[in-house]
Each structure stands twice: as C-alpha cells, then as structure tokens.
Design a protein around this ligand. Structure first.
Ligand code: SF4
Length: 381
C-alpha cells in the first residue's frame, strides 16, 4: 500500500522538531521523490529560522581568478585553459593591484580568490597574490585557495600543508573558500576529477586550517552523474569534520552547469531544475545540523531560485559579486554584479531582513568614510 506523504516524513519530522540528528537513511528519504518538496522545505525552514531567525545575509564582495591556465582537466570545468589557448591569461602585479583598488572603491569587505594551477607559476607568485593585496588593502578579507591549490603549493614547495597554510596566513590569508569538494565519494570523484587533490587531502587541508584558527566554507557540486547516496555521504562526511573542529561556517550547494565542459556535453546532462536546487538546499539544512549557515549562491541558481531558497533552508545569498568567471564560462546567464539596493530588495521581496555581514559573519555598519564591524552574529538566537 502506498504511504501518504506525512507518513513518509513523520519520523523525520519528529526528529527535526526534537532537534535530533538525522541518519544516512533519513537523508535518502528526504532525497526521494516520494517525500514532497514543500514538506521537506517546511522542515528545513524550521531549522533555518531556529538557527538564523529571519535574517537574509549578504556581503559586498568581488572575485579574483588570477589565472585560468591549469595543469588539471577536471571534466566539469569550463573555466580552465591550456597555456597556448587564446582564452588563457595570467595576471601580473598591476592588474591584481587594480582589482584590489576597484574592490575597496566599491566598498567590498571580501575578495574571493581561486584559479588555475599554472604550469609556469612558482609558489612565490601565488604567495604574492595574497601579500600584495593584503599589504595594500588591509581592510579586504582575503578568502582564498581551495585544497586543490593548497595541495599544489605543497607539491611546489615540497612542504607539508600546515607549512603552506601558516605561510599563507603570514602573507594575509583570511579564510578558505569551500571549493574543490565536488563529490567526495570515490565512485564519482575518480570519474570527474581523478588527478587533483583527493578527498583525504581536502579534509586534511580544512582540518589543518581549523587547527590554525582559520574558518572555512564547504560545497558540493551536484546534478551531474552522482546519485542521492553520494550526496548524503558527502554531507555526512562534512558533518563529521564539523563535529571534530567546528571550523566550517557556511555550506554552499553548487548546481552543475553543463555548458562548455566535457562532463556536460559527453553525458548530455541538463542543468538541474529549480526543484532539484531547492531540494538540495533543504536536505543540506536538515542534514548539516552543526553548520550555522547555508548559502543560496544567486550567481549559479538565478535570482528567483535564490529567493525561494531563503524559505527552503538558506539564510545567505552570497554577495553583490563582481568579476565572476567560473560559472559564467559554464553557461550561467545571471548578471555579473548586483547593487546593494538590488540585493537588499531581492532579500526583502523574499520576506527576509537583509543584513550585511563580513566574511566571518560580523555585522557591517556603513559609515561616511567606510565601515565598522560588529560582534560575530550568533546563530541559534
Ligand atoms: S576545476 Fe580547478 S583544478 Fe580543475 S581544471 Fe578547473 S581550474 Fe583546474
């Protein structure tokens, strides 16, 4: 006999209402088409409001991808370039400093820095990207390098990850972004990015960063060849790290964009639907009971879905953004920048209260000559 939707979700609802942790099997139920999305969303919203009230966080940020030339060939990547391709570029000091000046002039509190692993770039160049920006624009928080890059620096220098992170902190690194996670399960990871830093290295990097006092974000790339069990496995691995260190601050589910990359073209993959996007947001909010924030990255989701996501578990929609290349190269059609007025209107229209935060979730108060930072906004109040 077919069970009704509330029967399917009743045991999970009880656990969520009691603040109990959900299991791997609960995660599979939440992923199942039999579990109606509005009900899954309602449960996620309960947790979201318990943790973050009615807040809709955003920041004023910019991106820097200082080179797109990369030794690796991840099959999902539309951003990378070979050395001799026309689209390949490698930014030098002036261009990097110009990006910093533009960021500060536009009120940015954060620069998000990731990019390719250039065959000819020495570790010192990567270090200089950070020290140049930090020395010249000290108010800019530098959220930089995925474990793939940190692992590469470790190979270039023949030093351990801890040494690389300590050296980067000395240069001005402020926190780690969440990229490079893709899908941790080896069945999938070896098919989409077999050469770059593996799951063990990803966790080693974040664990070490947390031990050194850095906060970091985490992500998952969904909507390609993975299955629900791989996604739940991925979330549980992140939850276990968070139990251990408490250093993860935001989880960002990343929807696969299938254009201009081998994975999408060879497998005839279509971009995930808005319903899939919302389910991933909600499932993450329910499974990651120990991570404070879930982000709906509007650049990738589109503004409409990001607004809806604020009722499906997300409490943050990323920032005003500037110079985003990675998802636009893969077919994203969202604008490349949003004004503060527009991002606040987007959040308000979704029924949430816009709050400008910095990278570390301190409230930003704008003043005539810049900004001041308040205390860290505490989740769970
Ligand atoms: S995802 Fe990163 S490591 Fe992989 S090919 Fe693209 S730029 Fe290189």
């Amino acid at each position: 006999m077919l069970r009704t939707s509330s029967e399917i979700l009743a045991p999970i609802r009880e656990k969520v209402e009691a603040g109990e942790r959900l299991s791997f099997d609960d995660g599979l139920v939440l992923e199942s088409p039999e579990a109606p999305l509005p009900e899954v969303g309602e449960l996620a919203n309960l947790v979201r409001e318990r943790k973050n009230g009615n807040a809709g966080y955003y920041n004023i940020n910019t991106h820097l991808n200082a080179t797109n030339i990369c030794v690796y060939r991840c099959s999902f990547c539309a951003f990378r370039s070979d050395l001799r391709e026309a689209k390949g570029y490698w930014m030098q000091d002036d261009a990097i400093l110009e990006r910093g000046a533009e960021a500060v002039a536009n009120g940015c509190t954060e620069m998000h820095i990731v990019g390719g692993l250039h065959h000819q770039a020495k570790y010192d160049w990567y270090r200089k990207v950070i020290s140049l920006l930090h020395d010249n624009y000290p108010t800019l928080h530098l959220k930089a390098w995925t474990p793939v890059e940190i692992d590469w620096f470790s190979r270039l220098t023949k030093k351990p990850i801890r040494w690389v992170l300590e050296d980067q902190i000395e240069a001005g690194l402020g926190s780690l972004p969440g990229g490079g996670a893709e899908i941790f399960h080896p069945e999938i990871r070896r098919q989409i990015c077999e050469h770059k830093a593996d799951t063990r290295r990803w966790f080693e990097t974040h664990r070490t960063a947390h031990e050194l006092g850095l906060r970091s974000n985490c992500t998952m790339l969904y909507g390609h060849i993975e299955e629900a069990r791989h996604r739940i496995d991925h979330l549980i691995r992140l939850r276990e790290l968070q139990d251990e260190t408490g250093g993860l601050q935001t989880y960002i589910p990343l929807a696969f964009h299938p254009e201009n990359n081998k994975l999408g073209i060879d497998n005839h993959i279509k971009k995930p639907t808005a319903l899939m996007d919302l389910r991933q947001m909600a499932v993450a909010r329910l499974m990651l009971d120990n991570v404070d924030h879930i982000k709906a990255y509007w650049i990738m989701l589109g503004i409409g879905t990001a607004q809806l996501a604020l009722a499906y578990g997300a409490d943050d929609i990323d920032g005003t953004v500037r110079h985003e290349l990675i998802y636009h190269d893969a077919g994203a059609t969202t604008p490349e920048v949003m004004s503060v007025a527009d991002i606040e209107a987007v959040i308000r229209e979704a029924g949430r209260d816009p709050i400008e935060r910095d990278t570390l979730y301190r409230k930003v108060d704008r003043t005539a000559d810049g900004f001041t930072l308040g205390e860290k906004i505490t989740a769970g109040v």
